[in-house]
Design a protein around this ligand. Structure first.
Ligand SMILES: [Zn+2]
Length: 205
């Protein structure tokens, strides 16, 4: 079945807000207020806008920024999932402050779906902003190549670059640039990026 996109938007945002009686996670369009704030900061960075703009159609609004033209990859879909929901008992999809980046391709329609997840329920704004930068820059710098079927770095290689502060890695360079711009917006980003670097040193062997 072909999904008919009534509003024609190709950057889609979903906020996972609760679970129903059968423990199924329920979402609604848009981001949670805290993630929206982080996205608003992120969209003030050159690299943040550049990543999202690839998928935007004229008129799309992300983080308060309105796109005025179609992006080069607007035939493809960017889904941003915000897990703002946490239950004390179950159904927490991942630890707060984590995220993921995934590209899946439909062989028939030759279109790709890029899925960014941010787990925000117990995170502060700057931590969410760091996660957006991690997923869309450390990993997402290669998204056009991935969609066009070129060979790209594994996520493990991207993580090694972060750990080693490898300025030869394009994604790391963009991530650092986003970091510098976010620091001029809110000093809380200092702690968030330092914490992420510390975690990278432990997590990525
Ligand atoms: Zn990662």
């Amino acid at each position: 079945m072909k999904f008919v996109d009534m509003d024609g938007k190709v950057v889609r945002q979903y906020n996972v807000t609760h679970s129903n009686n059968s423990s199924k996670l329920i979402s609604q369009p848009g981001l949670s207020p805290k993630t929206e704030e982080a996205m608003t900061d992120y969209m003030k960075t050159k690299e943040g806008r550049a990543f999202i703009s690839q998928f935007a159609k004229e008129g799309d609004v992300v983080g308060g920024y309105k796109f005025t033209e179609n992006g080069a990859l607007n035939d493809h879909t960017l889904n941003i999932w915000d897990y703002s929901y946490s239950s004390e008992t179950a159904n927490v999809p991942a630890e707060s402050g984590t995220g993921s980046y995934e590209v899946s391709k439909d062989k028939t329609s030759k279109t790709a779906t890029v899925t960014i997840k941010v787990v925000s329920y117990a995170s502060y704004k700057a931590e969410i902003g760091e996660t957006l930068a991690h997923e869309m820059q450390i990993h997402g710098y290669k998204v056009a190549d991935q969609i066009n079927g070129k060979k790209v770095n594994s996520q493990n290689k991207d993580h090694q670059a972060l750990k080693n502060k490898d300025t030869g890695h394009k994604g790391y360079l963009k991530y650092k640039s986003v970091q510098e711009q976010l620091l001029t917006i809110d000093k809380d980003y200092k702690q968030a990026f330092e914490q992420a670097q510390k975690e990278a040193n432990i997590l990525y062997k």
